[in-house]
Every structure is written in C-alpha cells, then in structure tokens.
Design a protein around this ligand. Structure first.
Ligand code: IPM
Ligand code: MG
Length: 353
C-alpha cells in the first residue's frame, strides 16, 4: 500500500518524538512491503516564527492532500504568560481542527499492567482500566461567538453554542464506538445548570432507541471527574463536549502512570489527524529525553484507521516489549534503573517491529 502522510512536528519536543514515530513507520513499511511517503509542514510557534501565522495556508493544503496527518505538539512558553500576544500557537491548532472538520477527538486510556505501579493511584484501583473518551472538538466555548472583552476591558465573555447537527454526529460516532467495545456509553454533561448540556441530554435520549444494544447513562461532569479517579474501571466509552473533554482527558491521562504514553486520533469529515495527548514539554526540548511512545502509538492508530490493522498491532506489541524489557525514558523508569534516551527507545521499538 502507498500511504502519504503529512508530518506536523510543531514545537518543543514535537520534532524529536515525530522523528521516532517515523523511524517506527519506516520499519513497518519495510517489514510489510508498503511505501510511506512524508510531507512536512509548519504549525504552532515555529510556524509563527517562520511565517507569522500558526497554521499557514500551505500547511492546510499539505494536510488536505495527504492520507493522514501525524502531529507532534504545539506551544511555547514565550506565549503562555503573555495574554496580550496578538497571535498564539493555540489559534493554529483550533483553526486546523475547524478547517479540517475534525469534530471528534478519541482519547483511549488503557493501563499497561507493567506500568500500573507508576500510577499515582493505588494499583488495585487502576488495574484493568480501559476506556475511551470521545471529546467533541469543533464546538462549544472554544468556538462560540461572541467572545471577548468589553470596551473598558473589565468584563470578559465566552459563548457556549451547540447545534443539533453537531451533537447528533458526535453522539452517533460514540454510540458506534461503544458498539465495538463493551457497549456502555456515558454522556457527561452539566444538564442541571447549562442549556447546551440539556440539549445534549435530550438528543442522546432520542437517539438511544436506535442503539438498543448499547447501555446509555448520564453523568454530571463534576461527578464524572470524581468517578474517573475513584472507579476508572467503571467506564467504557465517555462522550462529552469540548471543554469538559479537554479537562477530563488530562485528568484521565494520569491514571495510566505517564502522560507520555497516551495517543489520540481526531477524526471528522476529511483527513484524520493523530497526535500524542501531551503538550510540547519545552523544558525537555532538544535534550533527547522525551518519551516518544505516545506518538509511536498515535502512528499505530493512524495505520489502523487506514485499515492496516496487523501493522498497528505490530507497533503495539513492539511498544509492550520495550516496556517489559525496561527500555523506557526517565518518566517511566523504576528508581535506580537505567533510563534510555528518546532515540534509543525509538530505535528499540523500530527494531522490535
Ligand atoms: C488539547 C490541548 C489544546 C486544547 C490546547 C493546546 C489549545 O489542551 O489538545 O487538549 O485545549 O484543546
Ligand atoms: Mg488539553
């Protein structure tokens, strides 16, 4: 199979971890007789530095003309503490999501048995946790207008908007994903307070009978934040709006022991995009210490999305092998044990494929 993959390394550790994922993809291509071609593009702070725009038109064109996008991370400390910066790397990410129609962000969480002891939670609580967060990605408060400040600067406002169409398409996807798993769907909302949440709940109830084999339940977001920590094994598929999903998935990521292990997929109308859920980790940039596993696993999701299931599985097995053998970066190593660099971990996984 010939695959054309757009590479958007982005900022911070992005170029390093994407580089390792490419190594692993090349090993897969060689083993299974495929040809993968890559086209690189700028995004985030590095795109602002080069062009003044965090998501240049050229980058959009490259994403659109490839079969899938592998994305690293964006963000730079020089923007984080400057609320007045007129252009911000995050704007590039939001524009990319919107213009590529990536309305669903799938963030699977599974605890690797051999890493369960790394979780800040008790091993008996996290062992066996395996759920999927389906986060709506192009609506809600992130995109609702009006958004801004009053003239005197002393009042600020955001707007949360959801249309029936936006809610139906994400719920439809979540019901179908639940069907392929343990058939339980938890809709997380704040329907006791927020109007958009009440519309979500109404529509989910209307759609329920179309999926009689899926158990449908509702949970308020504050309760969900608690249950994810207390009983992570309770969940199968969680679906929620953009901002709640942003917050809950960072929370959920901690369960697995390292943010550096979690991949994600953003899907929608056109091309799909795959990225680690962690950020650009600027303190580690250029030091060859960042954990490349989440990006490598994102590459596995990319292949599976395009129907290359055994190739995806080969990557997962190679990652498991690295973890079992202790070939891991410092975030995952046991105290006193040798730690490996980003490139050493990538080399090991590529060789194991
Ligand atoms: C994420 C990130 C982004 C978001 C930021 C960088 C804009 O936190 O992908 O979860 O809030 O969506
Ligand atoms: Mg986030």
């Amino acid at each position: 199979m010939n695959l054309n993959i757009a590479l958007l390394p982005g900022d911070g550790i992005g170029p390093e971890i994407v580089g390792e994922a490419v190594k692993v993809l090349d090993a897969v291509a060689k083993k299974y007789g495929h040809e993968f071609k890559y086209e690189k593009a700028l995004v985030g702070a590095s795109a602002i530095d080069a062009t003044g725009d965090p998501y240049p038109a050229e980058t959009h064109a490259i994403c659109e003309r490839n079969d899938a996008v592998l994305f690293g991370a964006i963000g730079d400390p020089k923007y984080d503490n400057n609320p007045n910066a007129p252009v911000r790397p995050e704007q590039g990410l939001l524009r990319m999501r919107k213009s590529l129609g990536l309305f669903a962000n799938l963030r699977p969480l599974a605890v690797f048995d051999s890493l369960a002891h790394r979780s800040p939670l008790k091993t008996e609580i996290v062992k066996g946790a395996d759920f999927l967060c389906v986060r709506e990605l192009t609506g809600g408060m992130y995109f609702g207008r009006p958004q801004g400040r009053s003239e005197d600067g002393n009042t600020a406002y955001d707007t949360c908007v959801y249309t029936r169409e936006e809610i139906e398409r994400i719920l439809d996807l979540a019901f179908n994903l639940a069907r392929g798993r343990r058939k339980k769907l938890t809709v997380v909302d704040k329907a006791n307070v927020i109007a958009t949440s009440r519309l979500w709940r109404q529509i989910a109830k209307e759609m329920g009978p179309k999926y009689p084999d899926v158990e449908l339940e509702f949970m308020f977001v504050d309760n969900a934040a608690m249950q994810i920590i207390q009983r992570p094994t309770y969940f199968d598929v969680i679906v929620t709006e953009n901002l709640f999903g942003d917050i809950l998935t960072d929370e959920a990521s901690v369960i697995s022991g390292s943010l550096g292990m979690l991949p994600s997929a953003s899907v929608g109308a056109k091309v799909a995009l795959f990225e680690p859920i962690h950020g650009s980790y600027p303190q580690a940039a250029g030091k060859n210490i960042a954990n490349p596993m989440a990006t490598i696993l994102s590459a596995a999701m990319l292949l599976e999305h395009l129907g290359l299931n055994k190739e995806g599985k080969a990557i997962r097995e190679a990652v498991n092998k690295a973890i079992e053998k202790g070939v891991v970066t410092e975030d995952l190593a046991n105290k006193g044990e040798k730690t490996y660099s980003t490139t050493e971990v990538g080399d090991f996984v590529a060789a194991a494929v």
